[in-house]
Design a binder for this molecule. Structure first.
Ligand code: IMP
Ligand code: MG
Length: 175
Protein backbone atom coordinates (compact mmCIF):
# COMPACT_ATOMS: atom_id res chain seq x y z
CA UNK A 1 0.00 0.00 0.00
CA UNK A 2 1.32 3.44 -0.90
CA UNK A 3 1.89 6.11 1.76
CA UNK A 4 -1.00 8.54 2.01
CA UNK A 5 -1.67 11.41 4.38
CA UNK A 6 -4.94 11.75 6.26
CA UNK A 7 -5.69 15.28 7.49
CA UNK A 8 -5.86 15.47 11.28
CA UNK A 9 -5.87 19.25 11.80
CA UNK A 10 -6.69 21.35 8.70
CA UNK A 11 -4.66 24.41 7.78
CA UNK A 12 -7.34 26.94 8.81
CA UNK A 13 -7.56 25.41 12.28
CA UNK A 14 -3.80 25.44 12.76
CA UNK A 15 -3.64 29.09 11.65
CA UNK A 16 -6.50 30.09 13.93
CA UNK A 17 -4.94 28.37 16.93
CA UNK A 18 -1.52 29.95 16.31
CA UNK A 19 -3.21 33.33 16.14
CA UNK A 20 -4.83 32.68 19.56
CA UNK A 21 -1.54 31.53 21.06
CA UNK A 22 0.20 34.63 19.69
CA UNK A 23 -2.39 36.86 21.27
CA UNK A 24 -2.16 35.09 24.63
CA UNK A 25 1.64 35.23 24.63
CA UNK A 26 1.57 38.93 23.72
CA UNK A 27 -0.69 39.58 26.74
CA UNK A 28 1.38 37.46 29.10
CA UNK A 29 4.64 39.12 28.06
CA UNK A 30 3.25 42.68 27.86
CA UNK A 31 5.98 45.27 28.44
CA UNK A 32 8.75 42.69 28.01
CA UNK A 33 10.79 41.18 25.20
CA UNK A 34 10.37 37.49 24.55
CA UNK A 35 13.35 35.36 23.47
CA UNK A 36 12.06 32.49 21.35
CA UNK A 37 14.08 29.32 21.08
CA UNK A 38 13.36 26.99 18.22
CA UNK A 39 14.23 23.35 18.38
CA UNK A 40 15.25 22.47 14.83
CA UNK A 41 14.13 21.31 12.46
CA UNK A 42 10.56 20.50 13.40
CA UNK A 43 9.85 23.68 15.37
CA UNK A 44 10.80 26.09 12.62
CA UNK A 45 7.47 26.45 10.78
CA UNK A 46 5.54 26.88 13.99
CA UNK A 47 8.01 29.37 15.46
CA UNK A 48 7.94 31.61 12.38
CA UNK A 49 4.14 31.64 12.23
CA UNK A 50 3.89 32.23 15.96
CA UNK A 51 6.51 35.00 15.97
CA UNK A 52 4.54 36.85 13.27
CA UNK A 53 1.55 36.95 15.59
CA UNK A 54 3.35 38.17 18.72
CA UNK A 55 3.08 41.92 19.24
CA UNK A 56 5.79 42.42 21.91
CA UNK A 57 9.46 42.63 20.80
CA UNK A 58 10.82 39.22 19.81
CA UNK A 59 14.33 37.83 19.46
CA UNK A 60 15.09 34.31 18.26
CA UNK A 61 17.70 31.63 18.56
CA UNK A 62 17.97 28.08 17.25
CA UNK A 63 19.14 24.79 18.62
CA UNK A 64 19.39 21.39 17.04
CA UNK A 65 19.06 18.16 18.97
CA UNK A 66 18.91 14.60 17.82
CA UNK A 67 16.84 11.98 19.57
CA UNK A 68 15.25 10.07 16.72
CA UNK A 69 16.66 8.41 13.63
CA UNK A 70 14.65 8.28 10.44
CA UNK A 71 11.94 6.05 11.87
CA UNK A 72 9.05 6.64 14.24
CA UNK A 73 10.45 5.17 17.49
CA UNK A 74 12.34 7.09 20.17
CA UNK A 75 15.90 6.11 20.98
CA UNK A 76 15.63 8.04 24.26
CA UNK A 77 19.04 9.60 23.65
CA UNK A 78 19.27 13.39 23.42
CA UNK A 79 22.36 15.00 21.93
CA UNK A 80 22.98 18.66 21.16
CA UNK A 81 23.97 18.85 17.50
CA UNK A 82 23.96 22.67 17.35
CA UNK A 83 23.90 24.84 20.44
CA UNK A 84 22.33 28.29 20.80
CA UNK A 85 24.33 31.28 19.52
CA UNK A 86 23.36 33.60 22.35
CA UNK A 87 23.32 33.55 26.14
CA UNK A 88 20.01 33.16 28.01
CA UNK A 89 21.21 35.28 30.93
CA UNK A 90 18.42 37.58 32.17
CA UNK A 91 16.11 36.83 29.22
CA UNK A 92 12.43 35.90 29.17
CA UNK A 93 12.86 32.64 27.32
CA UNK A 94 10.08 30.80 25.53
CA UNK A 95 11.00 27.44 24.04
CA UNK A 96 8.95 26.67 20.94
CA UNK A 97 8.53 23.02 20.00
CA UNK A 98 6.64 21.17 17.31
CA UNK A 99 5.50 18.26 19.45
CA UNK A 100 5.98 16.74 22.87
CA UNK A 101 5.84 12.99 22.80
CA UNK A 102 7.75 11.08 25.49
CA UNK A 103 8.94 14.41 26.91
CA UNK A 104 12.55 13.20 27.00
CA UNK A 105 13.93 15.87 24.67
CA UNK A 106 12.27 18.75 26.47
CA UNK A 107 12.90 17.63 30.01
CA UNK A 108 16.58 17.41 29.14
CA UNK A 109 16.68 20.75 27.30
CA UNK A 110 14.75 22.64 29.96
CA UNK A 111 17.29 21.47 32.53
CA UNK A 112 20.15 22.72 30.33
CA UNK A 113 18.44 26.10 29.76
CA UNK A 114 17.53 26.55 33.43
CA UNK A 115 21.23 26.43 34.28
CA UNK A 116 21.98 29.33 31.90
CA UNK A 117 20.33 31.97 34.07
CA UNK A 118 17.18 33.04 32.17
CA UNK A 119 14.89 35.50 33.96
CA UNK A 120 11.98 33.22 33.09
CA UNK A 121 11.60 29.99 31.15
CA UNK A 122 8.41 28.75 29.54
CA UNK A 123 7.44 26.17 26.98
CA UNK A 124 5.11 26.38 24.01
CA UNK A 125 4.31 23.41 21.80
CA UNK A 126 2.11 23.15 18.74
CA UNK A 127 1.16 19.55 19.50
CA UNK A 128 1.08 17.43 22.61
CA UNK A 129 0.60 13.67 22.92
CA UNK A 130 -0.02 13.45 26.68
CA UNK A 131 -0.68 9.67 26.58
CA UNK A 132 2.90 9.04 25.51
CA UNK A 133 4.62 10.91 28.34
CA UNK A 134 7.55 9.14 30.01
CA UNK A 135 9.21 12.25 31.50
CA UNK A 136 7.13 14.92 33.21
CA UNK A 137 7.32 18.35 31.55
CA UNK A 138 5.33 21.45 32.42
CA UNK A 139 3.89 22.87 29.20
CA UNK A 140 2.71 26.49 29.37
CA UNK A 141 1.10 26.85 25.92
CA UNK A 142 -0.34 24.00 23.84
CA UNK A 143 -1.76 24.26 20.34
CA UNK A 144 -3.54 20.92 20.20
CA UNK A 145 -3.65 17.75 22.25
CA UNK A 146 -3.60 14.87 19.81
CA UNK A 147 -4.03 11.10 20.10
CA UNK A 148 -1.13 8.67 19.99
CA UNK A 149 -0.58 8.67 16.24
CA UNK A 150 2.50 9.53 14.21
CA UNK A 151 1.87 12.93 12.62
CA UNK A 152 3.55 14.97 9.91
CA UNK A 153 3.30 18.45 8.46
CA UNK A 154 3.88 21.96 9.79
CA UNK A 155 7.54 21.10 10.36
CA UNK A 156 7.08 17.48 11.42
CA UNK A 157 8.63 14.83 9.23
CA UNK A 158 8.51 11.17 8.46
CA UNK A 159 12.01 10.21 7.24
CA UNK A 160 12.58 13.92 6.43
CA UNK A 161 9.48 14.15 4.22
CA UNK A 162 6.24 16.14 4.64
CA UNK A 163 7.63 19.01 6.76
CA UNK A 164 6.23 21.49 4.25
CA UNK A 165 2.59 20.39 4.48
CA UNK A 166 0.53 23.38 5.69
CA UNK A 167 -1.68 21.11 7.87
CA UNK A 168 -1.18 18.31 10.40
CA UNK A 169 -1.66 14.85 8.95
CA UNK A 170 -1.27 11.18 9.82
CA UNK A 171 0.80 8.91 7.58
CA UNK A 172 -1.11 5.86 6.46
CA UNK A 173 0.05 2.81 4.59
CA UNK A 174 3.33 2.43 6.50
CA UNK A 175 4.16 -0.93 8.05
P1 IMP B 1 10.13 13.31 22.75
O1 IMP B 1 11.52 13.50 23.28
O2 IMP B 1 9.72 11.87 22.74
O3 IMP B 1 9.09 14.18 23.42
O4 IMP B 1 10.21 13.62 21.23
C1 IMP B 1 10.16 14.83 20.72
C2 IMP B 1 10.59 14.87 19.26
O5 IMP B 1 10.31 13.66 18.56
C3 IMP B 1 9.79 15.92 18.57
O6 IMP B 1 10.38 17.17 18.70
C4 IMP B 1 9.75 15.40 17.15
O7 IMP B 1 10.89 15.84 16.45
C5 IMP B 1 9.77 13.90 17.28
N1 IMP B 1 8.40 13.33 17.21
C6 IMP B 1 7.64 12.86 18.22
N2 IMP B 1 6.44 12.46 17.80
C7 IMP B 1 6.40 12.70 16.47
C8 IMP B 1 5.39 12.53 15.46
O8 IMP B 1 4.26 12.07 15.66
N3 IMP B 1 5.75 12.92 14.20
C9 IMP B 1 6.97 13.44 13.88
N4 IMP B 1 7.93 13.63 14.81
C10 IMP B 1 7.66 13.26 16.08
MG1 MG C 1 11.20 18.57 17.65
Amino acid sequence: MAETIKVLVPEEEVDKRIEELGRKISEDYAGRQVHLICVLKGGVFFMCELAKRISVPVSMDFMSVGSYGDGTASSGVVKIAKDLDETLEGKDVLVVEDIIDSGRTLSYLLEVFKNRGPKSLKLCTLLDKPERRVKDVKVDYVGFNIPDEFVVGYGLDYAQKYRNLPYIGVVEGVE
